[in-house]
Design a protein around this ligand. Sequence first.
Ligand SMILES: *Cc1c(COP(=O)(O)O)cnc(C)c1O
Length: 234
Amino acid sequence: MDEIDIRSNLENVYTNIKKAAERAGRDPGNVTLIAVSKTKPVSMIEECIDAGTYVFGENKAQEMASKITSIDNNSIKWHFIGHLQRNKVKYVVGNACMIHSVDSIRLAEAISAEAVKKDVICDILIEVNIANEDTKFGVKKEDAYALIKDIAGLSNIRIRGLMTIAPYVDNTEDNRIHFKNLRNLLVDINNKNIDNVYMDVLSMGMTGDYEVAVEEGATMVRVGTGIFGNRIYV
Ligand SMILES: *Cc1c(COP(=O)(O)O)cnc(C)c1O
């Protein structure tokens, strides 16, 4: 098996983000790369840190908590990007700087209660199933506004924006419309001026399609394979 060169993979991804932002007339400084380290060992996370990358994404509550314990570096920002069950909220609130995957009022209530208990403010994104796929989590586009209005009233939660996982496609151009739609949804909801809600984060784009996502306004891209190589699930 080929050795994975994390440092040069990172450089590559940063360069691609910069070029995509420039193509769209955007400031590359407004795009945060989240290195998705799920299933990958702490040693690989440390390689990223050596290369100057401190923002990581994990999708399993206990895996994230245990990595935080073993690395113990206050400069790291951990983003929780996976489907979250209410009974796992305690592992994530206070550990993650942002939860990307809130798609129900019941989950938001559990996050709020845990945040109150720990006396922290929890930043969240609303996950939207933008292409309306049967297999995906996330709220339907047409239900996002109502959900956000409900969540806006909860204590110790700050809604920062929207997240989506675009369909798996052979031609990444096919996802452009979905990224455009997510951005338009963000603009529409902001225009409705919900009390306490102003959203500016758009978390969209993965290894296969982050350049298109940046062209369409992503402020956070979540890249795993493009940095760490393929994941092996056992
Ligand atoms: C695994 C994962 C990613 C990264 O996927 P890659 O295709 O490996 O870049 C991004 N977002 C979410 C929510 C994920 O679960």
